[in-house]
Design a protein. Structure first.
Length: 254
């Protein structure tokens, strides 16, 4: 969507703060021994208390309030009573929601407790690349140029990007124009970022895979060549200068 009046900005700030607060609280609440379903229910209750509705549940009938992916699961992981968190797990939580007809999206990967499996370097790369990408976005910049930046930064650190997972426009729906904000340079995409548009920008930084494949459960995605992936995401408003990061309170850059 494009912000055309102050009331729309206020509503986008409200829903963005709701998803950002939920993500931060879920990350702080996660601990070894709990199930991903317990963690999801905790997040779902926060959204409910804030008057927000889970976007994946509302839009796609997703079997959970949030997406929680563990270790070799890249994204869209289904919360489960059988999936128990352990020290050193690589966890990705993606929280998106609707509030008063406005939508926002954010996510982040982190290590639970001590980094015994050596995932922190990958996570730091994803966070740093997202920060650089977002702060290079302004009105008139080509979307493919941001994709080129993300892939170049990933390669420089010895990583790959997932080519079939992308950021997207958002605001009046979960997925809007531009439909794809890829993590690589798509020379056929001539679209440029527009002033006052709302977009969800996300990194998909991988150790070995370049594509994500869906498991038999119909939701969970893993790498086509295995390995691990870190994802970080903010919803922002494009300006003529520094973007407005609507989900900044999630503290994924800390």
């Amino acid at each position: 969507m494009s912000i055309t009046k102050h009331s729309e900005l206020i509503e986008m700030q409200k829903v963005s703060e709701a998803v950002a607060f939920t993500l931060k609280e879920m990350r702080n609440y996660a601990h070894p021994g709990m199930t991903t379903k317990q963690l999801d229910n905790y997040g779902g209750q926060i959204l409910n208390d804030l008057g927000a509705k889970s976007a994946p549940y509302l839009t796609y009938g997703f079997p959970g309030w949030t997406c929680i992916s563990l270790n070799n699961e890249f994204c869209h992981g289904i919360p489960s009573d059988k999936s128990v968190l352990k020290e050193g797990d690589l966890i990705n939580i993606d929280v998106s929601a609707e509030l008063n007809g406005f939508w926002s999206d954010n996510g982040g990967s982190f290590v639970l407790g001590e980094d015994i499996n050596k995932h922190q370097k990958l996570i730091e790369a994803s966070k740093q690349i997202l920060h650089k990408a977002i702060h290079n976005i302004k009105s008139g910049v080509r979307i493919s140029d941001i994709g080129f930046l993300i892939e170049t930064e990933a390669k420089r650190r010895g990583y790959k990007v997932i080519r079939n997972l992308t950021g997207h426009g958002i605001g009046r729906g979960l997925h809007e124009e531009p439909i794809e904000i890829a993590n690589y340079s798509d020379r056929f995409n001539l679209t440029r970022f527009k002033k006052n548009s709302v977009v969800a920008v996300e990194t998909f930084i991988s150790t070995t895979s370049s594509y994500a494949e869906t498991l038999k459960d119909g939701w969970t995605m893993v790498g086509n060549k295995g390995g691990f992936m870190a994802q970080h995401e903010h919803t922002i408003i494009v300006t003529d200068g520094k973007p407005i990061v609507l989900t900044e309170i999630n503290e994924i850059w800390n």
